[in-house]
Write a protein that binds this ligand. Structure first.
Ligand SMILES: Nc1ncnc2c1ncn2[C@@H]1O[C@H](COP(=O)(O)OP(=O)(O)OP(=O)(O)O)[C@@H](O)[C@H]1O
Ligand SMILES: [Mg+2]
Length: 453
């Protein structure tokens, strides 16, 4: 069941321990010296049982090394009767338990079985924790298997690039304004890779305070800091054999940048407060909505890390640079949000698409999605008219400047009216006075621009 290494210079003691443990179905290997033990440990064991006083040296060195290099999951020291100080040293160096010599064989077997049960349970807990956290991630950011929509030239280029780099393990840096679909692109990279059935783990580097982000990414050991009452498995471990998506990478604190660099170079790290080196096989996809080049020049972001991340850059185009995609996207979102409980489906009135294409979309696809969602809620008779979507045109976003004088003036007028009404908390008499127009005219214009009472 478990692989156990017994280290003692007394062959008779090794032999009786081996036989007792073999009866419990364990695979037992033996070593009579530290050198021999290290040779055996070229394959790590589940349990290392070692005497402390060996003819060729002290078992304490062996314990320290085994712990540091993760050569054994559990370690039990054997100490001479009454040498409690040595036992304490062994525990401090990483032993999980100690037994005093001379011992009764049946008592020791029971003790070791208990230690091994703990190994199995911990493994099981870690596995459940992983499964659970992956599931939670899936729920949090479920995109319903959506993929990147768009038939415009820039979108087709992006999709082609994603298709080409997905199968490799190269790190990818996705840049683009807010709401351009960076996360969706990252999921697409994962979906089209050989890791598709493995975990996709996302981590937003921006929303978490500096102290938390490190243990979020790399995990921590019990007792690493005051509130660490149990070991925590970090995102990198959760993403093992899969893909990790590091969102808003530009916000990463300098200390964490160093640690991330090491992961990219060596695929290894240590948990916060831990000594054990953890190896992972993870594909890294990072995203940022600000210019990382500039952050690098200003010294806020490490140049070496930037180059490691930016093996393949993907730039998501802004929605205003691909207005051709608006009909397809609008259609997608109307289908997503416009299904009534009675089975009716909201439709876009003629003119609504044109109104959507006349807007600069500072919040990109995410904003379009919100506007349409809202239109689906507000529209009457299942038909979304321009007024239903125009409500979102906030006065503090610049009015579209096109060559069409009348359209531009109307947009400006609409913005001014919206701002006045908002500034006067909906008091139309006051808003009218501020705008220098009669109340009746204001009523008329409010109706004209689709503001609802
Ligand atoms: N090309 C696209 N096709 C379909 N849906 C899209 C597309 N681009 C973005 N979306 C949708 O728009 C929303 C925002 O996308 P996403 O979260 O990927 O953007 P982001 O670039 O990560 O934004 P932020 O910088 O704000 O985090 C999501 O609901 C996503 O499904
Ligand atoms: Mg995002």
């Amino acid at each position: 069941m478990a692989r156990i290494l017994v280290v003692d210079d007394d062959p008779r003691l090794r032999d009786s321990l081996r036989r007792a443990l073999a009866r419990l179905d364990h695979e037992v290997v033996e070593a009579g010296s530290i050198e021999e033990a290290l040779e055996r440990l070229s394959t790590p064991v589940d349990l290392l049982v070692t005497d402390i006083r060996l003819a060729t040296g002290t078992g304490l060195d062996l314990i320290a090394k085994a712990r540091r290099d993760s050569l054994a999951v559990k370690i039990v020291a054997m100490t001479g009767f009454g040498s409690i100080n040595v036992a304490v040293d062994a525990m401090r160096l990483g032993a999980d338990d100690f037994i005093e010599k001379p011992f009764r064989l049946d008592a020791v077997s029971a003790r070791l079985t208990k230690v091994l049960t703990a190994v199995r349970l911990e493994g099981e807990v870690a596995r459940l924790q992983r499964a659970n956290e992956c599931l939670r991630d899936e729920l949090e950011t479920d995109t319903g298997g959506a993929s990147l929509i768009g038939d415009s030239a820039p979108m087709r280029q992006v999709r082609a690039l994603i298709g080409r780099v997905a199968p490799s393990d190269a790190s990818v840096l996705i840049q683009g304004e807010s709401g351009t679909g960076k996360e969706l692109a990252a999921r697409e990279l994962h979906r089209l890779s050989a890791r598709a059935t493995r975990p996709f783990v996302a981590c937003d580097c921006n929303t978490l305070p500096e102290g938390v982000i490190e243990s979020e990414l790399f995990g921590h050991e019990k007792g690493a800091f005051t509130s660490a009452d149990r070991r925590r498995i970090g995102r990198f471990e959760l993403a093992d054999t899969g893909t990790i998506f590091l969102d808003e990478i530009g916000e990463l604190a300098p200390g964490v940048q160093v640690k991330l660099l090491r992961v990219l170079q060596e695929r290894a790290f240590v948990r916060v407060g831990g000594g054990e080196t953890i190896r992972v096989d993870v594909r890294v996809v990072a995203a940022t909505n600000r210019d990382l080049d500039v952050a690098t020049q200003q010294g806020r972001f490490r140049t070496d890390l930037f180059y490691r991340l930016n093996v393949v850059p993907i730039v998501m185009p802004a929605l205003r640079d691909r207005l051709d995609d608006i009909p397809l996207l609008a259609d997608l979102f109307v289908k997503r949000y416009g299904r009534r409980p009675n089975g009716q489906q909201v439709r876009l009135a003629s003119g609504t698409i044109a109104a959507l294409q006349a807007y600069p979309w500072p919040g990109n696809v995410r904003q379009l999605e919100n506007v349409i969602h809202r239109g689906c809620v507000l529209c009457q008779d299942d038909e979304m008219v321009p007024e239903d979507v125009a409500l979102e045109l906030r006065p503090d976003t610049a009015a579209p400047m096109s060559g069409d004088l009348r359209g531009t003036l109307a947009a400006l007028e609409r913005d001014l009216i919206a701002r006045a009404v908002r500034d006067h908390h909906g008091n139309l008499a006051a808003a009218g006075r501020a705008l220098g127009i009669e109340r009746n005219l204001l009523y008329y214009k409010l109706r004209k621009y689709g503001f609802r009472p």
